[in-house]
Every structure is written in C-alpha cells, then in structure tokens.
Design a protein around this ligand. Sequence first.
Ligand SMILES: Nc1nc2c(ncn2[C@@H]2O[C@H](COP(=O)(O)OP(=O)(O)O)[C@@H](O)[C@H]2O)c(=O)[nH]1
Ligand SMILES: [Mg+2]
Length: 835
Amino acid sequence: MSSAGNKPLTVEDVDKLSGIQQALKLAGQYQISVPGQHVTLDEVKLIIKSFLAGGQKRTKKPPPITDMDTITAALKEDKINRTSIKNLYTRASTYISKLPKPFQNNLEQMFPHYERNIKTYTEELQSGQCVLLIAGEMGSGKSSLVNLLLGKQLMPTSELRCTAAIVEISYGPSPEILAHYRDDSSGKSKKPLLIKPVSPEKLDIFLNKLEYLVTNRDEDTDESPFEKVQLRWPLEMLEGGVTIVDSPGVGDSKGLPQILSDYMERAFGFVYVIDSTTSIHKHRQTDKSNFVHTSDKLGQLLLKAIEANDGFDHSTTLFVCNHWDKVPPADAERVKDSLTDRLSMILPGVNKSQLYSISVKQSSLDVEYGQVRQEHQRLIEGIRRFLPQTMRGKLRIYYRYLSSIMKRSLYSLRISFNMHKEKMEEMRKNYSNIESRISSLQKNSKEKLDKMRHEVRRASFDAGTQALEYLDSMHLRTKLCRWADLDCPKRERSWQNVMKNANIAIAERVSNEINTWEKENSFVNSVEAEIVKRFKEQFELFDDQLQEVQGALHSGDDMRNFVMATRNDVPQKKQMKQPQKSRNLGDSFLSIGAAVTSSFNLDAKDPKVKKLFKEKYDSHPAKTMEEATLIYLSMMGEAAIASAMGKFFDRFIKGIDRVGSMVPQLMKADQELLESLTEELKSGTQKLSEFPALSRTCSDIQGNLDMFYVQRLITTDFTADQIIPGEILGSGSFARVYKATLKLKAGNEQVAIKEPTNKLTTDDVTDVLLEDAMLRDLKHNNIVNYYGLYRKGPESDMRLIFTMEYCPYTLKGKCIDIENSPSTLGKPCAANGSN
Ligand SMILES: Nc1nc2c(ncn2[C@@H]2O[C@H](COP(=O)(O)OP(=O)(O)O)[C@@H](O)[C@H]2O)c(=O)[nH]1
Ligand SMILES: [Mg+2]
C-alpha cells in the first residue's frame, strides 16, 4: 500500500504521529478522506490504520466473546455436567418422595421450600442457559461494555439517562422485545409487552423503542415499570445459549433491587464493572483507610452479592476496570494495586489477574474502524477462559444445595433408625414376656393353684402348732392365769352375764398373746409374701397386678383393676417392690389373735363352769378367773387351734381362688395384647426394613454427587505436577505416606503426601471429602498441618491426595526411642552397669 514515490506506510508510522495537523497531512497524501472538522488525533490515526488494514470500510466486527471452538467445547462439557447433576436431582427427588412424612417435614424445616427449589433447579439444569450478568455502579459503563461485547450498539448508553430495567439479551432468529411488567400493588400481573421491528429496514425505530422501555422510570417510585426486558437478536455468538444481562446501576435506587440479587443467585458469571476513576480520587487522598468506605458503592454491591450468594465464588467474578482512558499512565499500576486491595478486602482471594483494565469507549471507537485494542482482546480472552470456569462455579451451587439436603436426610434416617430399633427391641421383649406368661398360665395353672392352697393349709396348721407351743410355755401360762381383783369383771346378779364378760376378758388376753407371737415371728406376713412371690414367678404377673393381689390378701380388696392392669399399654415387668409391711394386719379382718380366740368360748352348760361362776365368783373373783382361764386354755387343743387358725388363713385361700378365677380373663386380655403387639411389631419391622434401603439410596446419591464433584467441579489446592514424590515414610491398609517436594511460586516446600491405596469410589468419596473438610478445620500447634489436596490419575482411576506438613520425627522416636525420654524403657541400665 503506497502512494506514488513514497515508501510503504506502516502502522508504526501512524503510531508515531504526534500532532493533528501532521496526521491530517498524511491522510491527505494517501487520499484517505477524513469526515468533519472536529476530529481528534486518535480518530485520524484510527482512520489511517483502518485504511492500511484494507480500506476504509467500517467492519464493526469485534472478536466474539464466544468463538465456536472454545464456547462449543465449554457448552458441551457443561451440558454433559448438567445432565449428570440433573439426573442426580431427579433421583433425589424420587428418593425424597418415598421418605416417610416426618422425614420430609424435617427437611422442610431445614431447607424451606426444598421441594419447589429442587424442581426449579432441575428445570434450570435442563434449560442449559449460561447467564452472564454485567453489574456495577451507575455510569461505570455496563451498557457500553455490553455493546462492545456484542459488537453492536443495542443498549442505550448515556451519562444522563441510565438503564432502569434489567435487560436480558439472548439469541433469537429475528429481533424482538418482550417486556415483562412488574406486578402492580394489588398483585395482579399484566400481560408482557411484545415489540417487533415493523420492517428489517426500520431497526432504528425499534432500537429507539428499546431505549425508551429500558430507560423509562415511574415518576413516583423512580423505578422501571418492568420486571425485566428480554431482547432477542440474531447474534451468532449467543446461539450457543449464552445470555448477557445488562443491569441498572446500583446507585440508581436505594439498596440492591431484589431482582438484581435474584439474578446474582442465578447468574453463572458475574462481570463487575468498575469506574476506575473512583479509585484515583481515593488514591489521591493517600489514606488507605478510605479505600473501603461505607458509602463506597463498589463495596456495597459486592457485599450484597456475597450475601445473596451462599458460598459466593470469586472465581466466577470478573472485574472490568473501565474508564481506563482517564487514568494517567503513570498512575496505572498504583490504581490497579489499590483496586485489587479494595476488592480483596471484601472478597479475599481476588488477585490482580482477575482485573481487566480497559477503556470501553476507546475500544468501541477502535472497533468502528476495524481495529481491536490489546486490552479489548485481553478481556475477550479472559471472558472465554472465564465462561467454562463460571459454568463449573454455577454447578457447584447446585451440587452444594443437593449435597446438604442429602446429608441432612441421611443423618436423620440414621438417628431415627437407631431409636426405632431400640423401641422395637423393647417391644419384642414385652411380647416374649407376655407370650411366656400365657403359656405358663395355660400350663397346669389349676395344679399350681391347688398346690398353693395346700401350702397355705399346711402353713395354717404350723401356725396353730407354733402358737400353741408359745401359749403353753410355763411363764406365759402363769401370766395368763394371774388375775387381780381389779382386772376381774364386775359382779352381777346374772352369773351368765358375769361368765360372758369373763370369757371376753380371757379371750382378749389370749388374743393379745397370739398377736404378740405373730409380731415376733411374722408368720402370717411371710406366708403372704410367699404367695405373692409364687404368683409373680409362676403366673408372671406384672407389678401392678401383684399389688392388687397383695391388697386382696390383706384386706379383701376387690380386684377390679386386676385384668385392666394388664392393658396399660405395654406393661413393664420391673423388679417387684417389697411387700408393704406398713399395713396393719386386720385392717378389715380380725387380728389373728381375735380370729383364733373367736372359736373358743366358755360353755355355760359345762357343770364345772356353771359351778365356778354361780357359786365361787362372788366371794373369790380372782381365783375363779384363774380357774376359768385354765379351762379356757384346756379347750385349745392341737386340732381345735388348727381349725381356728384355718379360719384365719382362709382369706389367703380366698385370695388365691380369686386370682385363679381370673386366669381365663387374664389369658384373654393377654391374648388381645399380644395381637395388638403383633400388629405393631409387624408394621414396625416393616418400617425398620425400609430404613436400610432408604439410607442406601441416600448415600448412593450422595456418593455419586460427591464423585461428580471431585471429577468435574472441585478446585483443588494443588495440581499433580506440582508434586515430586520422594521416599516412602509409612504405609497402612488404606494409604501410603511419602515424603515429597511441593513446587510453589515462592519456592519448594518439603511435604508429606498421603496417597490412598485404592482408587476413589462412590462408596468412599463422601468420607474422603469429610476428612478433608475436618483436616482443614484442625489448626493447632500440636497437630500436623494440613495444606490441602490434589487430584491424581484419570477420572476412572482417580485418587485424592492429601498434602501435610512433613515431620522429621515420629511420636515413637520422640517419646520412647530417644535418650531424654523420661521413660527408662529400652535404655541401657547405666546405674548398675550389668548386662
Ligand atoms: N471516558 C470514558 N467514558 C466511558 C467509558 N465507558 C463508558 N463511558 C461513558 O460513560 C457514560 C455511561 O456509560 P453507560 O454504559 O451508560 O454506563 P452504565 O450506566 O453503567 O450502563 C456514557 O456516556 C459512556 O459513553 C470509558 O471507558 N471511558
Ligand atoms: Mg446502563
């Protein structure tokens, strides 16, 4: 390309131009037409450069952010990943639908609206859209950047009229606007507005309409009447499914609009546009503390974004430092450093390489003249690298959500499985108790009762013999027969009355002595205790029933609750309490003494008795009483007292009979109890059998989810090529530990690496990740430092390798083997020098 006689003109020549007149002259020499008079040096340079590049045609074609090679590959991988994770969502949703209601409720408590969310996420995963959100403060140049990226002036840009609505730009076969109104105050929704160009030639009018819709604000609220505006355009680079979202600046309305924070949650990538000049002013103040200021819009939006996004991932954010043309070249590095500082204060981990300084204005101008600036090229390449990363970043959000649901579910399943198991064991124990009681009731309960009755009779005979022996003792006989005049009944005209009163007085004395004997020997109490014990052992009665038996033996209580007692839900067969000794014998029965003596009475027909009371009493009452007592005692022969005792012990026989008569009822009640227990056990066993299957499904989903995460989404701390393995330090059944060198930018580091013997599987991946998370949390002087993990091997034979602090000592070496150990174990015996 040359003019007559001149040497060929180069781009370098153009760059060297320093004055506008000089530039215009050069343009004239080469007959390059320059429009208008108010052109700048830069513009003339551009015009000449574009002439050199092949004519004056304004190609207006910037490099697409998504060229087919990179984006196709990224979208293809993303699609496969989405399908995998979507399938896991579907599996999880089926699994959850099969969970018993209480478990579902528990999940709802932990993850409100989880069902709806799972559904929405599944749909989102299906749709395969990649949303790139352009956000930043007002006037930072978001809309200008969108236009630059698209290579088309679609979005209105202005210093005065700012974007008010969120605009989604995606591929469509022909231009089209769909504006969605906000719900009005009554909550009613208006039909969206659909606008199409009247004809392909009238695109200008169409774009004017777009400008009006996008910048229009409600007078009262100062907000856009639209929830969002969707713009479709036949742009090749959007065909793969990338949606670019232009958002209103944050300074526009108070706080972060809900809709913007919703977008942040949904967006894959987040391009954060910064007006770099804000940092220059701050920078000039030289006070570093001013860099993050509460009124700093930059910080505000970023903070809001972090709040809105659970686990905000800085790797999914790209920072565009715009208006770079206004930054004096001499300040460039310092401004960039201060921006990095400010950003990393809010979002630790941001590094300088994530910052793209650019003048969108100049770059757009260059594109108009068919040129692509270096900063523009660098940004495009950054976005191309960034997209696949953000796609993975987004998938991590889906992973984390489902993973925490599954973990919670597994946890509650395990807990309640154990509780349920315990309850079932208890129930089974009760069942077998009742079962064995029924069988013992069925088996010769008549014989058992007979035997008990027989034993009571024998006991009553023994009681008679013993009581008699007691009364017969010399000392007692003397005591019983010794009467003082005062103790004798008073004299009366009727000797029969006197005799009756004498009989009462004697019987009382004898009765008291028998009671004393019982008190000393507890004969009756032990018989009673024996009976209760028999019932407990042979009839396997429950505690509450035994108490009823006891009551019946004591006082003839009615045993109306006896059978009922067995029905108290699941009765407990506890240790039997001690029989209640505090109850006095004869609460409603006669005392044993009274019962026995009631069988013996002086007989008025007996001539000896008659003679005593008719003739002797008046003159010698005490002597008469002595003789009458002797007669009384002589009536108490062995057989007579045995039969008198028998009357007393009858109450026990009756008690036994009563329990005996209830045996059929008891059996019936037990049978019913058994039946209902059988039902409960059956449903319980069934429930119990559901647990393992449910938790297997749950941990299988979790395992697959984690495996997917490790294979596709994880950002590891190191890569395998940073590690040079060395000698082996030790090995166990699960892993081997090697000494290794870790290559870092700052230099090499001696580390220990733990390499699992077997490849990672869905069965153990969850535990490995758990171990990793726990190790990260452990920070202590006395605990070996954990540095992080890296991946080794292909997906089909992968290992996650832990890197740890290398310790030249072992615990054994430190504590046992060395000389300065306080232990003498294994040390040569210095003291006696022998052996
Ligand atoms: N000097 C300069 N002006 C810019 C640059 N980028 C955008 N602008 C101007 O800044 C104003 C606001 O830009 P706009 O894209 O509407 O900002 P938005 O509110 O973030 O969408 C417009 O007048 C743009 O022309 C830049 O890099 N340098
Ligand atoms: Mg804008």
